[in-house]
Design a protein around this ligand. Sequence first.
Ligand code: ADP
Ligand code: MG
Length: 700
Amino acid sequence: MTMNVSEIFGSNVFSESVMRERLPKKVFAEVMDVMRNGGQLSMASADVVANEMKDWAVEKGATHYTHWFQPLNGVTAEKHDSFLTRPVEGKTLLQLSGKQLIMGEPDASSFPTGGLRATHYARGYTAWDITSPAFVKEQAAGVILCIPTVFISYTGEALDQKTPLLRSMEAINHEALRIVRLFGDTRAKQVVPAVGPEQEYFLVDKQKYLKRRDLIYTGRTLFGAPAPKGQELEDQYYGSIRERVGSYMKDLNEQLWKMGITATTQHNEVAPAQHEMAPIYTTANIAVDNNQLAMETMKRVATQHGLVCLLHEKPYAGVNGSGKHNNWSINTDTGENLLDPGDEPGKNLRFLLVLACMMKAIDVHADLLRESAANVGNDRRLGADEAPPAIISMFLGDQLEDVVEQIVKSGAADVSKKGGTLDTGVSILPVLNKDATDRNRTSPFAFTGNKFEFRMVGSSDSIAAANTTLNAVVAEAFSEAADALEGAEDFETAARQLIARLMKEHQRIIFNGNGYSAEWAKEAERRGLPNLKAMVDTIPALTTEKSVRLFERFHIYTQAELESRAEIKYETYAKTINIEAQTMIHMAGKHYVPVGVSYTGQLARAVAEIEAVGADASVQRELLAECSARLKETKEALKKLMADVDRVNKMTDVVAMAHAFRNEIVPDMAALRAPVDAMELIVDKKEWPVPTYGDLMFEV
Ligand code: ADP
Ligand code: MG
């Protein structure tokens, strides 16, 4: 069956064009005005919009609507309400009022609040985010109209990811407009951050998945000896896509396209059974919503294909994990990208000022940026043996690094290195124009042409926090630059001086070398750059004086909101590691120790039988000794893990508890895993109680 992309694209979105078609002119104009300039929709208009939205959704088969929001537990929440009203004279009507559209009150006491709401103030409200379009979602439970909302407490504190993001977008809009005005731009009315997240994921066969308690409970394997083949041949990357996976991707695209998500590229990733999906970039808050929806859809469509989509940052030890490359740029409503260097970046004063501000922002707030990408799963990527390192640095590429160096040395950059052409040496092939910047896959924050690519974010995480932080730190640097330059007598000289000063002061954040090397860790330490290896080490960054000053100044987070987020993060960390530890205890006790016992029994009987007839049983004896030794280590490690988990769970201080999970339980878990994985290599495959790495990664 072929599909007509232009026909289905966005067909499930209550988009601007749908509104233009369906709403009375006056109401449509009012909606557009609120979308662009903020403010409130009148109740009368909200009623009209709600009714049209409902009719449109009902035509699509919808029976329910939901206020769709992103609480602080990382998943999207929805509570379905039916359009049905109380029957009058035996007839019921389908209804959605303006009030229902604009505001909801979910029973919110079960979402994490980090102490923000005492239970007697347990009210939480959802409020419509008019700038993110409503859509219908087709799922097993029926067709649902989803209304993107923010989630706030009775006292106005943000209980979600979206509210701070929207606040940060207002901050960067305001401060970036001051920058463009300095350069005489009077036309731009709005500056918005645009985001395009590349999403990595793994697929696994559902039947095999169901045999692995660790995948079911924690999303990653807690045990597993490496398969004979990993990713060393690099034959998977961009390899041809297998039929089953291909048909999954086709379906996924169709579902995403319907909801207006521009999934464009799809390819295999480095690890076996790992893939990537990238949409075309769009306004930050819509990109965040779309990414949440994409993750949800990826999981749902997978089950329809007998697959499970693993979004965990590190489902398998020993092969690459998954991240999200958060591509970010800042654009005026007149179509200019402030990160576009043009042909002569060295002479593009506005670009240089923006770049200098970015250097300052990233350097001063490296800790916050690192924190914004910290989640439990990401601890297995960042600061471990793979991309990217836990140290924040910026990659600019040859051309821009050269420009920065010239400016730092002499105050100006007179010549800009050019990209040039790439001659393939084959006359029938076209001559390719080379980018002036090469790629650096080891950098956590890389300039790629006209955008920065923040590559630290975890694959399962919302990209909201990362973008909120990015917007905030850049807004601050813009604001300080604007303060310095707005009154300047000789603007150009003042700007050049400021650029040179900022670049000099913050040059240490630039690093173009290999981010994985041990030398870089040493060099970064010498430069004084933070190296926050684990999630628990990053959380204090949220509540430093520097952070509170930044976020309060732009009304993005209050101190209380920051403290609550820190608490939620500690809590989440402790809870997640506890679940992992409990799962290991279960699997070791129920699967691995029993298999070790029965296999050593088989070997012992074999030894006895063989020796009874006077034959040589030395191989069986050797295997028996090895297996028994691993079994003993397993049992001892299991006992220690159980005792430590018990003790740590009795701790009452959440910060101390999180640290104990990290410093004691995580090493205990590694100590339990090692002998089990070693035993897996000895025990007969037929006896092994769960699918192996080879089964999981190569039989998709
Ligand atoms: P690359 O090959 O440099 O990673 P891609 O074309 O694969 O670039 O794009 C990666 C992601 O970056 C996509 O989601 C794309 O839409 C997004 N992107 C491209 N240009 C921009 C931009 N100016 N601002 C934000 N995101 C962008
Ligand atoms: Mg990329």
